[in-house]
Design a protein around this ligand. Structure first.
Ligand SMILES: [Zn+2]
Length: 218
């Protein structure tokens, strides 16, 4: 069975509602974009640069407002993907973990990039997920103005709601250019966030195993 469904992040149910959710075999995951007007964005970028005293009448900068608009549009547009889940027929009950998934996002306070890696794992319940999809879920939530704490929690809550697993763990480590290029200029410093749900939250041994496998607590 294939079901195509628009699934905006704002409708993701809370984790404790997970058992009520009927899981389709495949779910088309699309970003809820309010509509990108590239022309308006380009015009505004030109005004923005001029207001900062940046001359854009040179040959090499003439196209910069348009490039800025297209670059941010791309950063705010995750690729849609099919979330294919499979029944856990073999009863696999060990941790499934994808390590070092690249994260690129934009901090919503300064609109400057933050980049890093995510480790995403879950303890399967009735359904399992194609491994590559874990990276797509991270991308889906990263491609928008974000804060790292929310990104971490959104990925975890979404997996909890979609897979009804026994536990979920998400750890993200990222460097925020709004911290390293400006302000305190804490070059090289990274920010670590984690969300643990279910067994990975409540059972000390499972939690320790997850954190050891991520390399966070080895
Ligand atoms: Zn920032």
């Amino acid at each position: 069975m294939t079901q195509h469904q628009h699934f905006p992040a704002s409708l993701v149910p809370p984790a404790d509602a997970a058992e009520e959710i009927r899981l389709p075999a495949a779910l088309r995951v699309m970003h809820e974009v309010d509509g990108i007007d590239l022309g308006a964005a380009e015009e505004a970028a030109g005004q923005f640069l001029r207001a900062l005293g940046v001359r854009i009448d040179t040959e090499s900068m003439r196209g910069t407002p348009g490039r800025m608009a297209r670059a941010y549009a791309e950063l705010f547009s995750p690729r849609p993907f099919d979330l294919t889940t499979f029944p856990n027929d073999e009863g696999y009950d060990e941790l499934v973990l994808a390590r070092a998934i690249p994260v690129r996002s934009v901090c919503e306070h300064h609109l400057l990039p933050f980049v890093g890696t995510a480790h995403v794992g879950y303890l399967p319940g009735t359904r399992i997920l194609g491994l590559s999809k874990l990276a797509r879920v991270v991308e889906y939530f990263a491609c928008r103005p974000q804060v790292q704490e929310r990104l971490t929690k959104q990925v975890a809550d979404w997996l909890q709601a979609q897979l009804d697993p026994k536990g979920v763990g998400v750890v993200i480590e990222a460097e925020h250019t709004c911290m390293t290029l400006r302000g305190v200029q804490a070059t090289g410093s990274t920010t670590m966030t984690s969300t643990l749900l279910g067994v990975l939250r409540h059972d000390a041994r499972s939690r320790a195993e997850f954190l050891a496998l991520t390399g966070v607590a080895s």
